[in-house]
Design a protein around this ligand. Structure first.
Ligand code: NDP
Length: 523
């Protein structure tokens, strides 16, 4: 296989060229800067962030005048950090083990500063390193800070950056931006408190709240599907849409992160950010341009139109679950309460589903059913738009069912779009069957999507905030889930565990839809 970077036109072994690949442009070069990863000794840095930086370099998206600085408490020299990151790239990079001479060049731009997050001396050392990068690497005074630590220290880091004269207002030249990992707060109050701390130093335009879901190619394709085609817009409303189902299903359990998950749960961990963001993309009005604030204005508008769930309606509009022991892929797995660091009487939900309504002209009375859970039958994420039944049926002999049309945006593991529609079965009689028209991004365009972190870090280095969540949307999402959180925290779920690992989830979630005369798509 030959690869021409730049045009991304690849010839297969047999010489055939996929015309869909022609003209794709990979040359969105990031700006020179130093990027500082706080929490650099952690899991995310080694599994995702440094491999993403390395692959950006490999793809010629990272300029050579870049410095990468790891900062955390563990005592490491620059060389030890480089060795650890080499091992991380070997293990986790999508392009395989680090390649020479590229790695050698990349490693020369990697540095490490060790210190406590509330130690001013450590931040002075960081400043000295950044100034050295400006002189030696040509990073031009530009700084991108990435908070990849536990959220409890986000505020401390921001305050110390300001004390050390490393905030945007301290700069004579260049820019400073900050990427904040999720979760942005653990409830509405803590999110507002964190926002107040962050904005003491960084204006909103400098803050990039990351939700890696938004960097996934199929998530970005939701906008392309909706706004680069004319055929969907006329039917994208209450007149034609019966309901929308958004699913983020996992087969894994808490994977050793029981301590974290105990204080989180499925509603906070998935619905408040990833799943609500998908809702915003599928339901928003067309933005006037793809500019970050035009897109984010529309997302905010739709989130602020979410009908608040009254406290006494929570049980009617939601379902929560917790997995017990069961079988996943034929292997027995323990229940949530038997996982390490989990309370044997835990009230934490590992599954949540919510029915929302959007009070605007487009969506009035169309239910948006959201669900996410761990240890379910299959791993997949999708948005399904289910259309209304036929207004008048003329086919369907012998009482055969005629399915309604469904458009599915597949996010993972498959990435694509499928449309389910009805067709006549060949033969003399008018038999109708449902068939599926499928588009798969991988085989269609012949390229493997880059991991979300690559896209998002590259965007932040270019100053493109479109795929990052603005504060007003974060606050609106917290407002939407707060009545549910309050109710679930103040009442013990007496039926936990209420679904088997490897199953479709709790019966109460099925009942939520059955009460509306509908059913979930099968996981
Ligand atoms: P870790 O728990 O591995 O922590 C990262 C680093 O922060 C640690 O290596 C540690 O470094 C430092 N740290 C840990 N606890 C403290 C503390 N109390 N005070 C100061 N420093 C501390 O986190 P991850 O790397 O897994 O995640 C980082 C961030 O990314 C979190 O906000 C997480 O929610 C988010 N995230 C992670 C994902 C993942 O897949 N891991 C996915 C999505 C989001 P040292 O001890 O050397 O200072």
């Amino acid at each position: 296989m030959s690869v021409q970077l730049g045009s991304l036109v690849r010839a297969d072994g047999n010489g055939a060229v996929n015309p869909l690949r022609a003209g794709l442009d990979s040359s969105r070069i990031a700006e020179p800067c130093s990027i500082v990863f706080f929490g650099a000794s952690g899991d995310l840095t080694k599994r995702m962030l440094i491999p993403a930086m390395y692959n950006l370099r490999l793809g010629d998206i990272l300029p050579t005048n870049v410095g990468i600085v790891g900062f955390s408490r563990s005592a490491l020299s620059d060389d030890q950090f480089r060795d650890q990151m080499h091992a991380a790239v070997d293990q986790f990079s999508r392009s395989g083990p680090a390649k020479e001479p590229l790695w050698g060049d990349f490693a020369q731009r990697l540095f490490y500063v060790s210190g406590e997050f509330d130690d001013p001396e450590a931040f002075k050392r960081l400043r000295a390193r950044l100034e050295q990068n400006d002189r030696n690497l040509g990073t031009q005074g530009n700084r991108l800070y990435y908070l990849s630590t536990p959220p409890s220290v986000f505020g401390k880091i921001v305050a110390q950056l300001s004390n050390a004269g490393l905030g945007p207002k301290d700069q004579a030249h260049g820019w400073s931006r900050i990427i904040v990992e999720k979760p942005f707060g653990t409830d509405l109050d803590s999110a507002r408190a964190l926002q107040a701390e962050v904005t003491k130093v960084f204006d909103e335009k400098h803050v990039y709240r990351i939700d890696h879901y938004l960097g996934k190619e199929p998530v970005q394709d939701i906008m392309a599907l909706r706004f680069a085609n004319v055929i969907f817009e006329p039917i994208w409303n209450r007149r034609y849409v019966d309901c929308i189902q958004i699913t983020a299903a996992e087969t894994v359990g808490v994977e050793g992160r029981g301590g974290y998950y105990e204080s989180s749960g499925a509603l906070r961990d998935m619905i408040q950010n990833h799943v609500i963001n998908l809702l915003a993309l599928v339901a928003m009005e067309p933005p006037i341009s793809p500019a970050a604030d035009h897109v984010r204005d529309e997302k905010f508008k739709v989130l602020s139109a979410l009908r608040p769930i009254a406290p006494d309606q929570v049980s009617k509009c939601t379902a929560r679950g917790q997995y017990g022991p069961g079988l996943v892929d034929g292997h027995p797995v323990p229940g949530y309460r038997e996982e390490p660091s989990v309370d044997p009487n835990s009230n934490t939900e590992t599954y949540s589903s919510v029915k929302f309504f959007i009070d605007n002209w487009r969506w009035a009375d169309v239910p948006f059913y959201l669900r996410s859970g761990k240890r379910l039958a299959h791993k997949y994420s999708e948005i399904a738009v289910l259309f209304r039944p036929l207004p008048h049926r003329i086919f369907g002999e012998g009482g055969e069912q005629i399915e309604t049309n469904t458009l599915v945006m597949k996010i993972q593991p498959e990435e694509g779009v499928s449309l389910r529609f009805n067709a006549k079965v060949p033969g003399p009689r008018m038999h109708i069957r449902s068939v599926t028209m499928d588009f798969n991004y991988g085989s269609g365009f012949g390229v493997v999507s880059a991991p979300a972190y690559e896209r998002l870090i590259g965007d932040a280095m270019r100053g493109d905030a479109t795929l990052f969540t603005r504060w007003d949307a974060v606050e609106a999402a917290w407002l939407a889930v707060t009545p549910i959180l309050n109710r679930w925290q103040s009442t013990t779920a007496t039926d936990f565990p209420n679904y088997l690992a490897g199953s479709q989830g709790p019966q109460s979630a099925d009942a939520l839809l059955v009460a509306d005369g509908r059913e979930w798509r099968r996981i």
